[in-house]
Design a protein around this ligand. Structure first.
Ligand code: MRU
Length: 383
């Protein structure tokens, strides 16, 4: 079941830091434990929280992109398992539902696996139900803290890398999709580096791809950039080429949903064309992601499952303030003839050879090779 809490001011004050409402939190009201997510489909118009009292509600929040972005999906998965345990649902069934809610971001499966394993280990060790629930919740909280710490490290490494790659300050950075505090227990991935550059006085301009079809750039990254008081400019995805041609982009910074063992990166559709543009124009193309996004079990880009989204996300425009907007066919304004076929992959794959560097909390892989990635991953204990 899902409840809505619309008790927040709609228009954020410019210059406020990041986001005012956490993207995801655990709460324990008298009626029982819940996972509360900020409904990102309604930003930037209003800040509405969805209170998920069970796993099906959380799965629906994931599918509808109310909660989204790789690291945050990991937290949703882990807290979802804790929620199932705390509410007395079948944990195995709940874990299956959660891990299959979306296929591409490996963090979702990772978060589910960690919390489920903590629960099982407690049960097998003779813990009663209360202690097993506490173990699952403690694991979700540990992942939350680790993600926040990883954000800080990535921002440090990413800022240092920009200093090495680009001469002089005053960076003009192009980004795609949303990778900030809305997708993380901390400050985020690529946007975390942008924020660090901004706070160091080194950011001249953030170019924000609107990110079709669901506008995570326009609705979410611009929202975070505005709150940070950054100089930012929104563009349509198709305008990026002329921006490169005009010499207005110093670096591209994006996040990732899954990084294969060979360094191929799955990220929001439109990332690969940016990498091609960046190579042609001799501009560094940098991916920022925690090591939990690196999936050494997936050998290459072709082995990554790319989520296909429903066509109505392209054939209709949805007003973000309408509850559930865009989640069902017919809920938006038609912008294509009735019955038009649509090709709507949520992600695309960028091969390692087009990527200048992958920044993780454990350091930087550049050039991007399987060995370099494996070495960075080996610096984290495998939980
Ligand atoms: O479909 P979404 O909005 O979940 O896609 C998110 C992205 O593609 C992000 O760029 C990616 O998860 C990295 S977020 C740190």
């Amino acid at each position: 079941m899902v409840d809505q809490k619309e008790n927040r001011a709609a228009a954020p004050a410019l210059g406020d830091a990041s986001v005012s409402v956490p993207a995801l939190r655990w709460d324990e009201p008298p009626e029982g434990p819940v996972v509360v997510v900020l409904d990102q489909t309604r930003l930037p118009v209003e800040e509405v929280e969805l209170v998920c009292t069970d796993v099906p509600a959380l799965v629906e929040a994931i599918r509808s992109l109310a909660v989204r972005g790789a690291p945050l999906l990991g937290l949703a998965g882990a807290y979802g398992v804790a929620l199932a345990a705390a509410r007395g649902y079948d944990v195995t069934e709940a874990a299956e539902l959660l891990r299959h809610a979306r296929p591409t971001a490996v963090n979702l499966e990772y978060g589910v696996r960690r919390a489920e394993r903590a629960y099982r280990t407690a049960v097998e060790g003779g813990a009663d139900e209360e202690r097993a629930v506490a173990a699952a919740l403690a694991e979700a909280r540990a992942l939350h803290r680790e993600d926040a710490e990883a954000s800080e490290r990535m921002a440090e490494h990413g800022l240092a890398l920009l200093g090495e790659l680009l001469s002089g300050g005053g960076y003009r950075i192009l980004t795609h999709c949303n990778t900030g505090a809305l997708v993380s227990g901390g400050g985020g991935t690529a946007f975390g580096v942008v924020r660090a550059a901004h706070r160091a006085g080194e950011l001249r301009r953030l170019w924000v791809d609107e990110t079709r079809p669901l506008l995570q750039g326009a609705r979410l990254t611009a929202y975070e950039a505005a709150r940070e008081g950054m100089a930012y400019t929104l563009l349509t995805d198709g305008a990026a080429g002329s921006l490169f041609a005009a010499g207005e982009v110093d670096a591209v910074l994006i996040g990732a949903d899954r990084i294969a063992a060979d360094g191929s990166v799955a990220n929001k559709v439109g990332s690969y064309p940016l990498a091609v543009l960046a190579r042609y124009h001799h501009v560094p193309f940098v991916v920022v992601a925690p090591v939990t996004t690196v999936d050494l079990r997936t050998p290459d880009g072709a082995s990554i499952e790319v989520e296909q989204r429903p066509g109505h996300e392209i054939t209709e425009f949805a007003a973000p303030s309408a509850p559930g907007a865009g989640t069902e066919a017919g809920s938006g304004i038609p912008v294509a003839p009735l019955g038009a076929q649509a090709y709507n992959p949520a992600f695309d794959i960028t091969p390692a050879e087009l990527i200048t560097a992958i920044v993780t909390e454990n350091g930087v892989a550049s050039p991007v090779t399987g060995d370099a990635l494996a070495e960075l991953c080996s610096r984290s204990p495998s939980p």
